[in-house]
Write a protein that binds this ligand. Structure first.
Ligand code: 5AD
Ligand code: SF4
Length: 449
């Protein structure tokens, strides 16, 4: 497998944290196959576009990026260099062979369940077997087949524990691109978590499209996300645990209780609601109401009073009236989100809502602006409420200003602090002095004492 001269790999990652994790794992598996990572496609022998299909014209964006890659490949050819190009991720899964038909430059098309086959597919290319397309959901387990985790610079790492989704929200392409729900067995997750801890990781973010539906095999039984988190919290060195993304209907009593009594579970929860209108929630096939969501948040906050909430919102879902939209604004006021993501509805081919009559674009646009204005008010309110508090900050990297480090608060806010480099990886108390829209700044408590 070892190449004589190291080949150079560039991966461009689009979309969600799951893709960030997948890119890391692909990079590790290709390192074992003789590749080193580089920072630009210019330097690379192999370029992978790890794509996202969740919204707006995703496939078109990939094709235009491939157009740019084609020009780059042609320039390189004049210098006698070759460059291979692969498309991975959800657009690869959705488009398959079509990608090679539309852009013959492409050598590899690999769906998210087949990444462990990349080295073998590259060997097949070397053997002159032509473009390789792999979008099946293979029987073998890609996680078991991927190499062990590499040593890492950051004290924070993603760990994928669950993939796929069985919920079939009417707007969402995930159940089609990532397939049915699958949970990694506890033993496998624990091995990876221990390995991360040994390499200096102190915070793990458990990832899954529907992570709180986790139901991994555990000693002949089934573990919940709460029991998995409790086991991970036992690992020496792991101080913080987060998880994303969750569905309201899978927030079970167990998990809510863990937020109350497991200090490693951070008080920040991304719990998308999508809309505050019961009519629209029904049309979205969400299977919860605005009221059941609010009651759920009351229960979560009863367990963990300082829980910072995050969410996702879609405006302009087919059939959404002004009154429905007002219900969404009212729900936002009732929850008081610390931060949130908002999207205009974008019809995804093959999903149930795509064929319904669409809300006109200017209406979507106007609603998005109003929604964002309101979310910003809540975000600033939350940021301001942190001023004067002492928060434990985990330093992750050097900051923008010389002498500064950037870390994260328990509520996931970036915090900028003047602190020596050797404090990276440490979790220390910081007094919050000032806020910015998306971050905080503070002072080491020792210095101010
Ligand atoms: N249009 C707009 N937003 C969408 N999302 C998922 N599918 C669509 C779509 N078709 C949003 C949802 C989801 C987030 C990851 O992306 O809010 O929670
Ligand atoms: Fe998509 Fe999330 Fe709904 Fe699953 S629960 S279909 S991933 S929006």
């Amino acid at each position: 497998m070892n190449a004589i001269t190291p080949k150079k790999l560039f991966i461009r990652t689009y979309g969600c944290q799951m893709n960030v994790y997948d890119s890391e794992r692909m990079s590790e598996s290709l390192t074992d196959a003789g590749y080193t990572a580089v920072d630009t496609p210019d330097e690379a022998d192999l370029v992978l576009l790890n794509t996202c299909h969740i919204r707006e014209k995703a496939a078109e964006k990939v094709y235009s990026e491939l157009g740019r890659m084609r020009k780059l490949a042609e320039e390189k050819a004049t210098r006698g260099e070759t460059m291979r190009v692969g498309v991975t991720g959800c657009v690869a899964q959705a488009e398959g062979e079509e990608i090679v038909r539309r852009q013959p430059l492409v050598d590899l098309v690999v769906g998210p369940q087949a990444y462990h086959r990349l080295p073998a597919m590259l060997d097949a290319l070397d053997a002159g077997q032509g473009a390789q397309v792999e979008t099946d959901f293979p029987a073998e387990d890609k996680f078991a087949a991927l190499p062990k985790r590499a040593r890492r610079a950051s004290p924070s790492a993603f760990l994928s524990v669950q993939e796929g989704c069985d919920k079939f929200c009417a707007f969402c392409v995930v159940p089609y691109t990532r397939g049915a729900e699958f949970s990694r067995p506890v033993a496998q997750v624990m091995t990876e978590a221990r390995r991360l801890a040994e390499s200096g990781v102190r915070e793990v973010t458990l990832l899954g499209q529907n992570v709180n539906a986790y139901h991994g095999e555990d000693d002949g039984g089934t573990a919940t996300l709460a029991s998995l988190a409790r086991q991970i919290a036992q690992i020496d060195g792991i101080e913080r645990i987060r998880y994303t993304t969750s569905h309201p209907n899978d927030m079970d009593d167990d998990l809510i209780a863990a937020h109350g009594d497991l200090p490693e579970l951070m008080p920040y929860l991304h719990l998308p609601v999508q809309s505050g209108s019961d009519r629209i929630l029904k049309a979205m096939n969400r299977k919860h109401t605005a009221d059941s969501y609010l009651k759920l948040i009351d229960r979560i906050r009863a367990a963990r009073p300082d829980m910072a909430m995050s969410g996702d919102f879609i405006v302009g879902f087919p059939g959404e009236t002004d009154a429905d939209f007002e219900d969404t604004l009212a729900l936002i006021d009732a929850v008081g989100y610390a931060q949130a993501f908002s999207f205009k509805y974008s019809p995804r081919p093959g999903t149930p809502a795509a064929s319904s009559e669409q809300v006109p674009e200017p209406v979507k646009e106007e609603r998005l602006v109003r929604l964002n204005d309101l979310l910003r008010v809540h975000q600033i309110r939350f940021q301001d409420s942190c001023v004067g508090r002492v928060l434990p900050v985990m330093f992750e990297k050097t900051g923008r200003e010389p002498g500064q480090l950037t870390g994260r608060s328990p509520y996931l806010q970036p915090v900028h602090v003047y602190a020596p480099d050797n404090m990276i990886r440490q979790i220390v108390p910081v007094r919050i002095d000032a806020t910015f829209p998306n971050s905080l700044s503070g002072t080491l408590i020792e210095e101010t004492a």
